[in-house]
Design a protein. Sequence first.
Length: 164
Amino acid sequence: MPNSPNPFRVLFICMGNICRSPAADIIMRKLVANEGLSGRIAVDSAGTIGYHTGKGADPRMAATLTRRGYSPSGSARQVLVADLDAFDLVLAMDEDNFRDLRDLAKTSGQREKIRRFTEFCHHHEATAVPDPYYGGDEGFEDVADLIEDGAKGVLAWISQQLPA
């Protein structure tokens, strides 16, 4: 994307797009805005399934994010093959999502954009962002900690890709 007038586009993916990926979307948007990069980095999220399409974030995740100073917004949608062309970086929250995205990809160029979110974590030794949906409030807090860590790493990596 060197010397491109278009923003760098990052897409966060979990299964239903109501817990992990919208949290990453919301956290990343705030980090991007705080760095004054809103016009240079575009952020979105989606799920590998369409069951929750049109719904907002899980109320427990929304409450966790609100307590941390974020403003939950947006609604769930399912990832499309076209997203793999439209986005520069597609980040899977766990191995199942990673495999589903790789199966969805039609070209090697699309597959090259798909990475694991936890590759960008600096303070957590996780290989996946666990799905907190069936757990208690503590699981949502742990996931938010992990996503805040990884989102900072994602932002640092993307910042290196941006033209000066």
